[in-house]
Design a protein around this ligand. Structure first.
Ligand SMILES: [Zn+2]
Length: 253
């Protein structure tokens, strides 16, 4: 079983990938049985307002209703928006529409205390928080979080389940940052496959804390799956990373 824990579906047509049906067809071809949709997070830039957030989540709601067996929704949030709005949006997406968690991008660094009420709600609901992160030497956005920021968030909310995406972007240093925070998982999405990094993460974190993700449609299934198939790990660990961990963490059937 393969569950892609990190995908995006854009507004409008996207080059040759014209619609969700085509993406689902491609995913099936690669043996994937579910796609977690994190929303079209950059369509409205770095600081989407309330209406733009709602519009992004409306699209995810529409898609997950059309393909309930294949698509799993996540609620996109800009934590610098009004906190009450964020809490209402979580209620709408997670409680009323069965989304499995929330997704933060680069609108607010996760050390901000403005995250706290939102993370409290996520913890109470027992759902999952994806928070973008990357270690960059150039081009870092002013509010972008890196793995040391995620470690700070995880220490403040030890009972929250947090997914830190982009293993290759976080690197070995990122793995070490979150190592002691057992409530942090890491997804493998993004960048090109890097030899040895999956093996390093398995050694330091254990396979149970690693999830396969592609970042489709910004990336492709083949290269992103290739890094899992090519890793020198046990078949048992590979199965966990490809789907079993996501099934358990997101409570999927
Ligand atoms: Zn992404």
């Amino acid at each position: 079983m393969i569950i892609d824990s990190h995908t995006h579906y854009p507004f409008g047509e996207f080059k040759e990938m014209k619609n969700i049906v085509e993406i689902i067809r491609l995913a099936r071809k690669f043996g994937i049985s579910k796609l977690c949709l994190l929303g079209d997070v950059f369509h409205y830039g770095s600081y989407p307002n309330e209406e733009q957030i709602k519009e992004t989540n409306d699209l995810t709601i529409e898609l997950t209703r059309k393909h309930p067996d294949f698509l799993v929704g996540f609620c996109y949030l800009n934590a610098s928006n009004d906190t009450d709005f964020c809490l209402r949006e979580i209620e709408r997406c997670v409680v009323q529409n069965g989304f499995k968690g929330v997704k933060f991008e680069i609108s607010l660094n996760c050390r901000s205390r403005k995250m706290d009420a939102i993370m409290k709600k996520v913890t109470e609901l027992g759902c999952v928080a994806f928070h973008h992160t990357w270690y960059k030497s150039t081009g870092k956005h002013e509010e972008e979080s890196d793995p040391s920021d995620i470690a700070d968030l995880a220490a403040r909310f030890p009972d929250a389940k947090i997914v830190m995406p982009h293993l290759a972007g976080c690197g070995m240093r990122g793995v070490l940052d979150i190592m002691k925070h057992k409530n942090v998982y890491i997804d493998t999405s993004g960048a090109q496959p890097v030899s040895g990094i999956i093996e390093y993460a398995v050694e330091k974190l254990g396979a149970d804390r690693i999830l396969y993700g592609s970042d489709v449609v910004g990336r492709d299934f083949s290269a992103q799956l290739g890094r899992i198939y090519g890793a020198g790990i046990s078949e048992k660990d590979r199965k966990k990373i490809l789907g079993l961990n996501a099934q358990k963490l997101f409570k999927l059937n």
